[in-house]
Write a protein that binds this ligand. Structure first.
Ligand code: AMP
Ligand code: ZN
Length: 465
């Protein structure tokens, strides 16, 4: 059984998709005005592990992630740079896809862009006007929260309290109520806008997700994810619009990951603790897999405190797993098998699946993996492990990596020519008994992240980085 903590009900619930065996998943994507930061990637890695686990449990998942390529920030960025909006966002969309690959995040099935779905949004806004859930004011269209009886059910927000605080902050006095939100914004001087049946303008942010999720997944679907900052007002507003327009429940299960913070503080550009993936990989030589491990190894509903020390611990955990795989792969084991190994693997698999199935309890799942490694290592040390056991154990780790996508080293079947030549040069130096040169070449290879081992069958190497 799989159960998830549903933000909507405020409790763990057994998960049953609408259509047996199939899961429709929508996750809020990036606003492409800058590079995504590692906090964003916490959300995307959590969603990736969720999706991979559902697949591991034989669900067929259809995943949609929107790209917000028009909003105040993208418009401001394009203006400052003096380029058309589409040119400005293209750079960050490209960078986002590159980053996903670096972190081994599987691509979604659809990445709808807001600017390519304006007519879908206009249709819903028109419908909301027709049904009386929305009203026009000075060229804009607003959603009326007073006409949405269920408003607040996701965030459990106290509307009375909201009214008093929001009014002070809000300078949009043209609205009927300060709580109402814009579905359609009137054009502003020098800003991009679209002509449409509801007048010229551009869409608000929330309507984008309602329109694009329905287009690709239907008006009611299984799972919607995002970070906790999305709960209010974004997801609350999505529910209000979608349920008002279609007259049926919008999403069955809402999953929200908690924030990533840095050294105990909110990540902010002004504090100098703001990191993009690129900063870490290029300027601080961080292994992207250590970052992925760090991001996924804290339960998604807990705050994750990013520190460089924690990153080192993540790297060390990965090294333990990879060293184990290397042992399995390279030791000369005797032929055959021992029944004990099969039991160890079955137990580990059961615990892993039970852990992940319990609201993605990653701590239990990783404990299952490390306990298995410990037990098999004892058998290796006692020279009890056989060749078939080693193969099966390695295959088991590979199978868990279908969910975690972090355990195996980058799939490099070849190493760069330059390093290959160094390995050969070192072999020759050893044959010539020039040990000084051989040692120096070994050190150079070591610095490049390649560890050599001399065996009776010749030299073997493993890539550590
Ligand atoms: P944005 O581009 O700001 O709309 O954010 C994209 C996704 O990243 C959303 O799902 C946010 O909830 C999530 N997110 C933003 N900041 C953080 C953070 N510090 N930790 C975790 N998730 C975040
Ligand atoms: Zn959204």
């Amino acid at each position: 059984m799989i159960q998830f903590f549903n933000t909507l009900s405020g409790q763990k619930e057994p998960f049953t998709p609408i259509e047996p065996g199939k899961v429709k998943l929508y996750t809020c994507g990036p606003t492409v005005y800058d590079h995504a930061h590692i906090g964003n990637f916490r959300a995307y890695v959590f969603e990736d592990v969720l999706k991979r686990f559902l697949r591991f449990q034989d669900f067929q998942v259809t995943h949609v992630m929107n790209i917000t390529d028009v909003d105040d920030k993208t418009i401001r960025g394009a203006k400052t740079k003096g380029v058309p909006l589409a040119d400005y966002t293209a750079e960050y969309i490209g960078a986002f896809f590159d980053d996903l690959k670096v972190l081994r995040i599987e691509p979604a099935d659809h990445y709808p862009r807001a600017t390519e779905h304006i007519p879908d949004m206009v249709r819903i806004i028109q419908g909301l006007l027709d049904k009386g859930f929305a009203y026009r004011k000075d060229g804009a269209v607003y959603f009326s929260i007073a006409r949405s009886p269920g408003y607040g059910k996701l965030s459990k927000i106290d509307l009375a309290e909201l009214r008093t605080t929001e009014r002070v902050e809000s300078d949009e006095y043209e609205k009927e109520s300060a709580r109402d939100f814009a579905l359609w914004k009137a054009p502003k001087e020098g800003e991009p806008f679209w002509d449409s049946e509801i007048g010229p303008g551009r869409p608000g942010w929330h309507i984008e997700c309602s329109a694009m999720s329905a287009k690709y997944l239907g008006p009611t679907f299984d799972i919607h994810c995002g970070g906790v900052d999305n709960i209010f007002p974004h997801h609350e507003n999505e529910i209000a619009q979608s349920e008002a327009y279609w007259g049926r429940p919008f999403v069955n299960t809402w999953l929200h990951c908690h924030h990533l913070i840095v050294d105990g503080e909110k990540m902010a550009k002004s504090k100098g603790n703001f990191f993009t993936l690129r900063d870490l990989v290029k300027n601080r030589q961080v292994d992207p897999m250590a970052l992925r491990y760090l991001l996924l190894s804290t339960h998604y509903r807990k705050v994750l405190n990013f520190t460089f020390e924690a990153l080192e611990q993540a790297q060390a955990a990965l090294r333990r797993i990879r060293d184990f795989l290397y042992e399995l792969d390279s030791r000369p084991f005797q032929a055959g098998e021992v029944p004990e190994v099969r039991n160890i693997l079955t137990e580990a698999r059961t615990k892993f699946v039970e852990g992940m199935g319990d609201d993605l309890n990653i701590s239990l799942a990783l404990t299952a993996l490390f306990e298995m490694i410990k037990r098999v290592n004892v058998l290796i040390r006692e020279e009890k492990l056989r060749a078939d056991d080693a193969r099966e154990t390695a295959a088991f780790v590979h199978s868990l990596d279908l969910v975690l996508a972090v355990l195996l080293p980058q799939r490099e079947t070849t190493i760069p020519d330059e390093l290959m030549r160094k390995i050969q040069a070192r072999e020759l130096a050893r044959k010539d008994r020039n040990f000084k040169l051989a040692d120096q070449l070994r050190r150079e290879l070591d610095d490049a992240g390649l560890v050599l081992e001399d065996t009776k069958d010749g030299v073997r190497w493993k890539v550590l980085r």
